[in-house]
Write a protein that binds this ligand. Structure first.
Ligand SMILES: *[C@@H]1O[C@H](CO)[C@@H](O)[C@H](O)[C@H]1NC(C)=O
Ligand SMILES: *[C@@H]1O[C@H](CO)[C@@H](O)[C@H](O)[C@H]1NC(C)=O
Ligand SMILES: *[C@@H]1O[C@H](CO)[C@@H](O)[C@H](O)[C@H]1NC(C)=O
Ligand SMILES: *[C@@H]1O[C@H](CO)[C@@H](O)[C@H](O)[C@H]1NC(C)=O
Ligand SMILES: *[C@@H]1O[C@H](CO)[C@@H](O)[C@H](O)[C@H]1NC(C)=O
Ligand SMILES: *[C@@H]1O[C@H](CO)[C@@H](O)[C@H](O)[C@H]1NC(C)=O
Ligand SMILES: *[C@@H]1O[C@H](CO)[C@@H](O)[C@H](O)[C@H]1NC(C)=O
Length: 393
């Protein structure tokens, strides 16, 4: 067990060190392309005068201040790092700061996210070394409910660059939008909206349940796009896994279950946010490979919903209203066990069988055509043979 924890820690730190920059550069509009760098998502910030294009991972958990990575001397990283000497607008404010375990400098410079700029943004400059947790800049997606904060998202609002303290995470199109709610093309009735604390991106749930059995009650869940799985307290996670695996062939040690590619027969994990139901589907909490489903669920101090739910939902976090709003990207195929959608299932089956019917029809047509072609060929050969024969005669 201890070894497992150590290995897990090692794997985590290796992941953090081995982030790589994708070759593609960001698009500079009001929204920005997010690149997937190993388990993280990064965007491009332009810092300084003239602007330096710096890759920054986006975070929702823990950190508050914008961190700009720099390096003393030659840059050993494949990622471009900040060179303050090369910026005419750089101002050093304080050299006795810390960013986690890294010694940092408090400074300010011009910072832009796409077309939106904060002319005099304060941030910490960390000179990276091999022990650093990050290999590039880090942008915490955080709003301070007090207006005097100097963090980047608040600066954009205070400088009038954006109208609302909101951001939209669109994993399907790899876009991050700061300062607006990107939901124009969505149906209002599809919105799942509930209250959450914008300082921590944490929501209070009444229950977490599987098919009516409670897994947890009256606690908090954290949203964190930088976390690659879903996690929760050890006992509750195990209870969830055993409920999800009821009547299924599962391997508790390996955290896997035998399954089909459509995850048929597995239940959803339901979060009840004071009456608003938010579901995590089997396709979210499992990863599928060759008949085996592996839980994307690990242990942590409190429930945290990471990348899997951002893959399921377009996600809008609104710092002014103190809400989170989710829109599902793809509908869920209903199963027979849920009472109401029985008709839908039948329709689906009908549709499937009617499309099967078309395929069979096409095959028969094809076979008939082949028979016809072969027939014509034989007929022609016979004719030819026949004429040859008459010639000889
Ligand atoms: C930064 O990226 C933009 C857009 O891709 C590009 O036009 C500009 O030349 C880049 N600047 C540097 C210093 O590489
Ligand atoms: C930083 O910029 C200065 C001025 O442009 C340049 O002389 C120096 O070589 C650069 N440092 C690195 C590490 O690229
Ligand atoms: C930028 O802000 C810092 C403190 O936050 C201040 O000392 C400095 O004068 C400001 N610079 C400009 C150009 O406004
Ligand atoms: C912060 O500013 C917004 C408007 O920009 C205002 O509605 C809100 O009341 C302010 N909050 C505080 C704590 O001053
Ligand atoms: C598991 O199977 C048993 C017997 O086949 C059945 O009674 C029970 O309802 C099933 N439980 C679930 C959660 O499907
Ligand atoms: C969700 O929780 C509320 C209490 O906050 C409760 O009244 C409601 O019945 C629950 N809904 C479901 C579907 O469990
Ligand atoms: C998939 O699983 C089957 C049986 O478990 C095995 O025979 C086959 O080699 C596996 N295929 C791959 C690509 O791993």
């Amino acid at each position: 067990m201890v070894y497992f924890v150590l290995l897990l820690g090692l794997a985590q730190s290796l992941k953090r060190f081995s982030m790589e920059m994708s070759e593609e550069s960001g698009k500079f509009s009001e929204w920005q392309t997010m690149e997937h760098v190993k388990s993280f998502h990064s965007i491009t910030l332009q810092v300084g005068q003239p602007p330096q294009n710096l890759s920054a991972v986006v975070l929702m958990d823990g950190k508050r201040e914008l961190m700009i990575a720099s390096v003393k001397g030659a840059n050993p990283s494949r990622v471009e790092l900040y060179n303050s000497t090369a910026s005419s607008s750089y101002v050093r404010l304080d050299s006795n700061k810390w960013y986690g375990d890294d010694k940092a400098i408090l400074a300010c410079d011009k910072v832009s996210f796409g077309k939106m700029a904060a002319a005099n943004q304060t941030f910490v400059v960390v000179s990276l070394n091999s022990k650093s947790k990050f290999d590039r800049a880090a942008l915490p997606l955080w709003y301070d409910s007090k207006n005097d904060s100097t963090n980047f998202l608040n600066s954009l609002k205070n400088s009038g660059a954006v109208n609302v303290n909101a951001f939209t995470v669109d994993f399907e199109n790899n876009l991050l939008t700061i300062g607006s709610r990107e939901e124009e093309s969505r149906k209002p009735e599809d919105a799942i909206t509930f209250k959450l604390a914008v300082d921590t991106w944490t929501a209070d749930f009444a229950t977490i349940s599987v098919k009516g059995s409670n897994v947890a009650s009256n606690n908090k869940v954290n949203f964190a796009l930088e976390q690659e799985d879903i996690s929760g307290p050890y006992d509750e996670v195990n209870l969830f896994k055993s409920l999800a695996g009821t009547n299924k062939t599962c391997d508790t040690g390996a955290s896997t279950c035998e399954c089909s590619e459509d995850f048929k027969g597995f239940p959803a994990l339901e979060f009840n946010f004071s009456g608003v139901i938010f579901t995590v589907e089997p396709r979210d909490y499992f990863s599928y490979n060759n008949g085996t489903c592996t839980f994307r669920v690990s242990d942590s101090g409190q429930w945290t919903l990471g990348a899997p739910i951002f893959e399921e939902y377009l996600s809008i976090f609104d710092g002014d209203q103190g809400t989170a709003t989710f829109y599902r990207y793809h509908e869920i195929k209903k199963e027979e066990e849920t009472p109401k959608p029985a008709e839908e299932t039948e329709e689906e089956v009908e549709e499937e069988s009617s499309s099967d019917g078309w395929i069979i029809f096409a095959y028969i047509l094809l076979i008939l055509l082949i028979i016809l072609a072969v027939g014509v060929l034989i007929y022609c050969r016979c004719m030819k043979a026949a004429t040859d024969y008459t010639k000889v005669v």
